[in-house]
Design a protein around this ligand. Sequence first.
Ligand SMILES: Nc1ncnc2c1ncn2[C@@H]1O[C@H](COP(=O)(O)OP(=O)(O)OP(=O)(O)O)[C@@H](O)[C@H]1O
Length: 331
Amino acid sequence: MSFIEFKNIEKEYKTFQRKKGIGSAIQSLFYREYEIKKAVDDISFNIEKGELVGYIGPNGAGKSTTIKILSGILLPSQGEVNVNGITPYKNRKKNAMQIGVVFGQRSQLNWDLPMEDTFELYKRMYKVSNGDYKKNVTLFVELLEMQDFLRKPVRQLSLGQKMRAEIAISLLHNPEILYLDEPTIGLDVVAKKRIRTFIKALNKEKDTTVILTTHDMADIEQICNRIIMIDEGKKIYDDALSKFKDSYCEEYVISVEFATNVEGVFNNRFTLINHYGNKKYFLFNKNHISVKEAIMYFSQQFDIIDISIQGNEIEEVVRKIYESSGKKNVV
Ligand SMILES: Nc1ncnc2c1ncn2[C@@H]1O[C@H](COP(=O)(O)OP(=O)(O)OP(=O)(O)O)[C@@H](O)[C@H]1O
């Protein structure tokens, strides 16, 4: 049995359709028309303890609905869900003790209280032992660099400080699973990096299983080791991030700054795609030529000043997969 099992899950929302006009309003008292929206459509996956999973998809794909089913907030219309031996919607309290949830756009903090007091409040709510409490607060304050704002009311914190506070509080009771919904949204580069580094460190230190939904592909690249992609409620990709990169990120760009203006014929395994002055950009396929070979070729054949290599942006690849998912040739 896997740590998390999500088996043939479907979730339908029934929404009341009200037409315009007073006549329709009166009619709706006796007869109502409903529209059924299938937000999750037969999705299955297993997740093992300690995995770092990126759960991605365009707006409205069904990500939040999945997280809500996993966290016990929503009941699936069909299928079976099991999280560490618990059916979340049947055992909400027990499930709440084993999960931490952070929704980037919704806060679980009291805006008038400083974090110092909020920690105390959550300690009581989750019945955290004195030992765990001290250990965790010390660890999170240090890793998330919270010393400077522990005594300020939450309302006075910056967006990045608030997010660090949200993450710390969601982890106070030592949950085995952390659900993160857009944890870096709206943050600057430094704040994003701090959070990504923390999540990796947490996973290493406590083997916390992380399921992360985000629109920021750098989050996925820097945190996750597996990627599950969904679209219109259906799973369209599920594999290790390294495999994903191997399969889809085959092309590299090598930029070479030559000491002089080099013209003419280059090895035909490199395609010249752009040039500015003495700097030229070539595309090559890593299945045909290794990165080492590419660097050797240019550095040995030419007088060069600088050389660098960039992989295909994962964001670009993801976009291509979604574009082609309509043609069902992705998985
Ligand atoms: N309570 C609800 N009632 C009716 N429809 C809903 C409800 N919640 C979500 N939906 C619909 O279900 C679909 C999936 O929504 P969901 O919020 O799970 O998507 P998402 O992938 O999290 O999107 P986003 O990235 O925009 O947050 C959408 O079409 C949405 O409009």
